[in-house]
Design a protein around this ligand. Structure first.
Ligand code: ZN
Length: 319
């Protein structure tokens, strides 16, 4: 099988094993962290990442796809420490995570120059290391596919066409960004079988999700535990219906868990949990509650599990 780049170097795709397709070992604003490093406790962040990833490993997870890109505080040295200390492989990306904002640096350079930056991460290494990105990341959220968001999508698409690297696109079903994102990739000539539209599981509109699957992309049912977007029962009902309709080969199931995230003050997590905005959000919820529930509904057996957690991520990463 072809190689896949991880933060510990290239591995044979056949060795990826059970994969969580969308988790973050740390998520923080890199500008704030660079300007006020004293506000962050790197040891506590590392400890939280080790706890989360070790817990996932106890359920058989061998590889984590971490789509932390620019503006999410991507740090491949940190990722490698987590991988080295847990024995779980981490697959890193390149790209820009923005809902609209672009630095002047990229605003005043064209799409192809932006793509060159991504290609350098894919082919040579990230942040002065020889750790290479395995896939490309972009995002569209509440503001929709704005001019800047479209520019990032086109740069990601061109980098994919030139290198063969797959794409993961954060999407927001509530404002229906998915179809437009796929359209841009198609216009740029991307192989849609290498595209993963993340966060489709935030809606229970099976028709919307099926419309994307019909284009040939993977869809992420990847925010289990984030009840503020959709509660687990509705997420499971959506997953079950997609499985009944025969779409196992297009689904990624994950949690979009952030071992630490700086978006809110530390006390907010407990408030969110008590208000029901999040529930048991972790790197293990899908194994503790989702798989058992889907097995009970008789839409998940060992073969389906293998398709979703082993074969799909491997196929998406390698074609
Ligand atoms: Zn994410």
């Amino acid at each position: 099988m072809p190689d896949v780049q991880t933060v510990q170097g290239a591995v044979d795709a056949g060795e990826l094993g059970t994969v969580l397709a969308h988790e973050h070992v740390r998520f923080r604003d890199e500008a704030v962290a660079a300007e006020w490093p004293g506000r962050y406790d790197e040891q506590a962040e590392l400890d939280a990442a080790l706890v989360a990833v070790t817990a996932a490993r106890s359920f058989g997870v061998q590889t984590i796809v971490d789509p932390t890109a620019m503006f999410g505080g991507r740090d491949v040295r940190f990722m490698k420490r987590v991988a080295d200390e847990t024995g779980v492989r981490i697959v890193a990306c390149t790209g820009i995570y923005s809902y609209d904002y672009l630095p002047h640096y990229f605003e005043n350079r064209d799409v192809d120059v932006m793509a060159e930056h991504f290609i350098s991460d894919l082919q040579h290494g990230i942040q002065g290391t020889d750790i290479r990105a395995a896939f490309l990341k972009c995002a569209a959220d509440a503001p929709g596919v704005t001019e800047h968001v479209e520019k990032i999508h086109r740069a990601v698409a061109r980098a994919s066409v030139q290198t063969g690297a797959p794409i993961m696109a954060h999407s927001m079903p509530a404002v229906g960004t998915g179809p437009r994102q796929v359209e841009i990739f198609a216009e740029e000539g991307v192989d849609l079988a290498r595209v993963q539209i993340a966060h489709c599981g935030d809606t229970d509109d099976v028709g919307y999700i099926e419309g994307l699957i019909d284009r040939g992309v993977y869809v992420g049912l990847d925010r289990y535990g984030l009840e503020m977007f959709l509660p687990i029962d509705k997420r499971n009902a959506t997953a079950a219906e997609l499985l009944r309709r025969g779409h196992a080969e297009r689904l990624m199931i994950s949690q979009d868990y952030c071992a630490t995230i700086d978006w809110f003050p530390p006390e907010a997590e407990q408030v969110f949990e008590s208000q029901g905005a999040i529930r048991k959000w972790s790197m293990t919820l899908v194994f503790e509650e989702v798989i058992p529930a889907l097995r009970e509904q008789q839409v998940m057996d060992d073969e389906t599990f293998n398709t979703i957690f082993v074969e799909n991520p491997r196929r998406w990463l390698t074609a």
